[in-house]
Design a protein around this ligand. Sequence first.
Ligand SMILES: [Zn+2]
Length: 133
Amino acid sequence: MWTIPRPLLNRILDHARRSLPAECVGLLSGQGKTASAWHPLPNQSQDGRRFYADESALIQVLRQLRETGEDLVAIYHSHPDSEAVPSLTDRQQAHYPNTLYLIVSLLTSGRLEMNGYLIQDGEAILQELLISD
Ligand SMILES: [Zn+2]
């Protein structure tokens, strides 16, 4: 069970909407499986049809987490016009087997559709999410 506070979810959704028609990408940090902070990253993908986090921004956040003793809890990105299911590319490019991959779908207008997965050896395993207040 992974815990994500609702205010962080709202920030992810805002980020996803502002990034349209491109995908957005970012990180959640915290302790173990509980997220407590939001770190949006620039999407370096040329066409915005996939996500590729800006490397230096990513390294900067990971360095900051090491200093504060926080864990990388989740990596999120959006799917502007497909379901909240990892694509083949998502599964092939997932290099953090113990980090939650959150996918927000904007396919359903007005309603937040989000799923979380662990991706290990190219296999996506759906995770149970608890949205806390
Ligand atoms: Zn994706």
